[in-house]
Design a protein around this ligand. Structure first.
Ligand SMILES: [Zn+2]
Length: 202
């Protein structure tokens, strides 16, 4: 695609945090945790004449994205009382655990297409030249094995994603350790808030 750049891009990076309050869907106890997020926004400095406004636009975009990530997303923090992750956290952990396999498949797909094009080309050439039959068979076997490998990765990713149970019995200790580190009881949260209010007043 042909593109004309009308000026450099201005980039703004922002980070923020909010306290999320959770009513545990398993044991009905309440807890809280700090959810952090980062975001990047970009805007074009048209003809190098618009830097100030482009910087402001980039920052506004970054802030919009950050707000979405803070309000509409969650961090996987188990309940400190029962040690279980909430449904939205389970969904997030499942997405993350299958991601490396999906990325690997996406990276390998273009090479697979290239192999198929190569196999088709060799097949067409073999019609006008003798002695290429072995190469044709080899090219098709190679391309087929490769594509089955990529399909295998995608199936594996699907299995990993849907069979992974972050609330499974084997991970109980690990979950309680994470909860001890990141989750706050409502009482702890109240004490932190009182301490913060006192510091602000001084
Ligand atoms: Zn709970």
């Amino acid at each position: 695609m042909f593109m004309i750049r009308l000026g450099p891009m201005c980039t703004s990076k922002v980070a923020g945090q909010v306290i999320k309050l959770v009513d545990c869907e398993f044991c009905n106890s309440k807890f809280a945790y700090v959810h952090r997020a980062k975001a990047t926004g970009q805007s074009q400095n048209a003809f190098f004449l618009d830097k100030e406004r482009a910087t402001r636009r980039a920052k506004l975009k970054a802030m919009d994205i950050l707000e979405d990530r803070l309000e509409g997303n969650c961090s996987p923090v188990p309940c400190p009382n029962c040690g279980l992750y909430q449904s939205e956290m389970i969904e997030k952990l499942r997405r993350e655990c299958g991601r490396p396999l999906l990325l690997a498949a996406l990276i390998l797909i273009p090479l697979g297409i290239f192999m198929f094009v190569g196999a088709i080309t060799v097949t067409m050439l073999s019609e006008s030249a003798d002695g290429l039959q072995t190469v044709v068979v080899g090219a098709w076997i190679f391309a087929a094995v490769y594509i089955f490998g990529v399909i295998g990765l995608l199936i594996r990713r699907w299995i990993v994603r849907y069979s992974f149970d972050p609330n499974g019995y084997r991970l109980t200790e690990e979950r309680f350790a994470i909860a001890a580190k990141f989750a706050m009881t409502i009482e702890q949260l109240r004490r932190i808030k009182l301490a913060t209010d006192a510091t602000n007043e001084n």
